[in-house]
Design a protein around this ligand. Sequence first.
Ligand SMILES: Nc1ncnc2c1ncn2[C@@H]1O[C@H](COP(=O)(O)OP(=O)(O)O)[C@@H](O)[C@H]1O
Ligand SMILES: [Mg+2]
Length: 379
Amino acid sequence: MNSNLRIEKLILNNFRNHNYLKLDIKKNMVLIYGKNGSGKTSVLESISLFDSSNGFKALSLNETINFNYKGPLEMFGVNLSLKSLDSLSTVGLSLRKKNDMLRKVISIDGKLSRKTNPKILNVYSVFPKMTFLFQNSSEDRRGFLDQMISTTDKEHRKNLINYEKYKSERIKILKKWKNCNTEWLDAVEKKMVFYGMVICDCRRNFVKSLNHMLLNLESSLPYFQVKLNGKLDKLLLEKPSIQVEDFFFSSLRENRTRDSIIGRTSFSANKTDIIVYEKKSNKEAKSFSTGQQKTILFLMIFAFIKHLETISYERIIFLLDDVFSYLDDKFIYLVLEKLNELNVQIWMTDVKGDWIFRDKRYNKIVDKINIDDKRFKVS
Ligand SMILES: Nc1ncnc2c1ncn2[C@@H]1O[C@H](COP(=O)(O)OP(=O)(O)O)[C@@H](O)[C@H]1O
Ligand SMILES: [Mg+2]
């Protein structure tokens, strides 16, 4: 059963540029509009802090406190009222200082959670930077793929963290001991191979599903496909995974001397990239125009939405930050239609959002919040 978790109230205290902000939400689609710099992105960010896989570092937590605020930390925070199928709960996020470092503290229904990262919600976010996804680095594209996977599969995020942990441990050993401490290296490389193979497998299954969904989008839409472009991913198409595993293991071993000199991992499961291409012409997404690339990005998001409809997911919130500019109206309505089919609350931001006001249907089903409106800010 897919839960239609919904944020019904959001209160910010001294969070970024907001001294105080209170929003009451009734609908599944929310549009926050207002001038540049009015704090729209900050609102989405306050929500994403409740996602346990959010990678905010202690240093950047410090930057979420209003620069001008000099009072006690207790007066800083984000509070949400959450409604799921049959229950209402409140969650709060505050900061505590320990050994001069800031830590995130979550409370649920007024009680402090013992876990540092309790499962509150899973955020899937699309940021303006992603509209240049096909021009950006392979790391960004990999991140885009991994974010889609981790929205419903928290194990994937943990596997990625573990993989990176063993990868940097291996480099540390190589730097310190060169190629001498073979037993220790063997053990660490074994872990890398284990997590690396699980990650590759997970990405491969996800891309398979995504491609199936891309194939089954409306015929009026362009037909794109995705392929994984890492060496291990390619090998997995040709060989049984046990052989690929052996190959990975021996590559790591062979590269020890080289890696100890260059100080990084020459062959890694995380060197994968995704190639998105039009099936008919075989043309890659990056060679289309900027506007077309934005459309292609949304095709992938449509496919992701369709994928979500086929699996069971929980407590997902979509955050779409400023991603509608330069899309033609017709396509924006298509995006809204797809999003509306999904049983998920969607938070969108835009400078004007005039396309929503212009359309009778969406005008009705979208909660529209002018963030510059003083009514939301008086405490
Ligand atoms: N800790 C902070 N305290 C006060 N202002 C901040 C803080 N962090 C960022 N800002 C400022 O808040 C403003 C709102 O940013 P943002 O949420 O990105 O606005 P928008 O998305 O509406 O353009 C920006 O001018 C930014 O520089
Ligand atoms: Mg913004």
